[in-house]
Design a protein around this ligand. Sequence first.
Ligand code: SF4
Length: 205
Amino acid sequence: MGERPEAQDTGCWNEDKLGVTGCKRCPELVESRNRIVDGVGPGDADLLFVGEAPGANEDDGGEPFVGRSGEVLDEHLRDVGLSRTDVRITNCVRCRPSENRDPSAKERSNCRPYLDREIAAVGPELVVALGKVPAEILLGRSVAVTAEAGEIEEIAVAGETRRVLLCLHPAATLYDPNQRDLFADTISTATEYAGDGGQSTLGEW
Ligand code: SF4
């Protein structure tokens, strides 16, 4: 497990629940959200999936990646012998933007310390960036996600080196079924870092 980042940037971070309480850094998102949507899953997961921001379903349910995109992710996890409960899933930005607009640069920046806290606390073997925006937030550069999906890059978080696997957003497979194989191959790559959890839940579905 990595060293914890400095606390002064993350005053609303709750280490016990690995989540955020009462944050009001983004005024527009405070208005548009029903709740702060924290990560779910084991606090010591080998795989940490990172999306962009909650949508309407996530804002309603309080859990990242539910709805159709979540079903796609669940299906592909199941295909490699994992269930949602074997992995941790979170977002770069924890509050829902209105009209599903992209979070602004300021909002991404505001929420980044919480993501870093979560990465440091969980200490995953692999962080999986689900889509272009999370990849760009994590890597700090522009990403051509279709071309780069399946590649792994190292980043530093709180003084520890972390591996980031670039992956399509699950919804990309809905818009373009030809992307299903690329998404499946990338999820399969992720399982190489999943310890002995890769086949542990087969038969539970
Ligand atoms: S998006 Fe993040 S930084 Fe902004 S108000 Fe929500 S929890 Fe706070």
